[in-house]
Design a protein around this ligand. Sequence first.
Ligand SMILES: *Cc1c(COP(=O)(O)O)cnc(C)c1O
Length: 500
Amino acid sequence: MDVPLYLRPRTEPPLASLLGAGPFLHSLVDALGSPLNLLLPEVIAENAGRFRAVYRRHHLTGRVYFAHKANGSSALIRRLAAEEPAAVGVDVASLEELKHALSCGFTGDRIMATGPKDAEFLWLAARTGATVNLDSPGELDQLAALVRKYGPGRTDVLVRLSGFESAAGPGGVGTRLLSRRSRFGTPVADADELWTALERHADAVRLTGVAYHLDTTGVEEKARALERCVLLMDDCRARGLTPRAVDIGGGFGVGYVEDAGEWERWTTALSEAVLGARPPLTWRGHGYGLRNEGGTVRGTAALYPAHRRTAGPGYLDALLSHTAPVLGRPAATLLLEHLHDLYVEPGRALVDQCGLSLARVLDVRPTGDDPRRHLVRLGMNAGDVSLEEHGVLVDPVLLPRGGPEEGRAEDGPAGVHLVGNLCLEADLITRRLVHLPRLPRAGDLLAFVNTAGYAMDFHAHHAQRQPLARTVAVEADGGDWRWCPDEDYWPLAHPGGVPS
Ligand SMILES: *Cc1c(COP(=O)(O)O)cnc(C)c1O
């Protein structure tokens, strides 16, 4: 067969040891069905702690807001609610997320409402004392009118800005580098009108900070936006407005693939396959955005950078250490000098290593066209594990039914296409040919690792009345594991809340 091109997942404890508990995982799927999501609430608290450690290293104050949209779990939100109130908050992007956060123990003063909002969402945010991260001047008018009519008093607001461009570079010369466009936020070019509107609405709202959220991995671009916010806040002060927080949004990233070499080899091989220099690596030669134009690879691969040297808290550290282009000092120094608070809104990065999704292998058979490749049909569909939807390529872990010792290692690596449980040609868990250490058998489990960020419930649906995955919270207990349904988890002595 082809030389296996693995993209093996990065796993750290406790997730790594959970993967070693094959009989426990099999018994959970036997009882609760396939697919099944597992979450480790302790890990989200540890990740929040790692972000806080970066704040401490840079002597910064402020708060880490978890972007709720990454995962709908109650256990994760309740676990975060139990963290120190001044240090950890939650960012909600819909009325239902706001209601959920309140019911999970967050008080309004720890909640940030982001994204475009309707009147009901604005009303409940204002009533409960949440901070409203304003998406547009129209939303400001709407909120101010609601506060005047229904109270309860001045509402704290941040303004989300977009369309950043660099001011002139050092010495007054410089290129105008436009950051990518966004549908969200108020363009920086309209900032003056925004400040005027905020002054007009000063009886109803209080400007407490300036925000951005950029869809990029570029530290440079983010440092430039951060500096621009600091400079704009100086303008605000000159007008008598008193913002004190810079909210730099999310997008700190996660490393999914452990080994840089595997990632390099696979992406290089994709280009070769697109050129026809090797057999396809994907279902029907899909190129993930790459194409062959007269013997040259064109296009850009629409793939998440699955191997990352710096991600999550490390990425925040790099950003804060990055020299701001105009003032020529590290971003963290600018914040310190101005005594500004730093707000971050990590989604994906805060649930790194927080969960996995399990699927039962239902059927294994050779593909029609190539007897060495197999179709593996799973008790899940592409909506249940939407790594592919986000361009995240990473191998699942095979958990044999009888435990690892009964595996047939002598069979050797196998190239498989993972297909879902819908009667739909397009229902592929991934379009990539996946290499597993051996061919799975019906009854085995595949564990998709690190799915807590956007991959386990964001795209789940009820097509064909296939069951939605249940979600359970799991906690290490000595050498054992305890579990309870996600909705029954409270951050008490252990899941289920039964005092030990
Ligand atoms: C989605 C979103 C986030 C979280 O983004 P991640 O990439 O998951 O960190 C943060 N802030 C806003 C405004 C968002 O829309």
